[in-house]
Unconditional design. Sequence first.
Length: 172
Amino acid sequence: MPNPSTTPETEAQPLCQQSSFSRENSMGYLLRRVSTMMLSEVDHRLQELGLTHAQWAPLMLIKRGKVNTQAELARELQLDAGALTRTLDRLEAKGLCKRERSTEDRRVVQLMLTPEGEEAIEPVAGVLCDVSNTVLVGFSPDEYETLMQGLRRLYANAEAMRASSEARARQA
């Protein structure tokens, strides 16, 4: 059993081997495929509400208080300013959110949902749970918790890898 204090960089035996690598058994491929299929199903179910992933994801983040400025939303969604501006333009045109410049710092754009946005986002969490529960059919509660722990660890390792890459890029 590996030492829990080791990191992917210090692990003695790599888990992924070039000699036996196949796309179909690649962690990245499988994670991407599951994610893509789940998002497609969510978008299909939300189509009647006129919401796509590009629209419900920012609304959900604003609703949950995860972000309240355009810059924070761009970072969280990993979008460039132009793409996010176009998305927010569409959401504002639908009357689902508002942008207001901060009175303290004119560079900061505050985001808030309108009452219509609050109403539009309401069913999204239920749809996300339904889709998640569908792909989790056959998992026991213990298996689900093990999966979630593993995914959180993967996320932490990926964040550490990203931070390390950014630090190296700044030094170069």
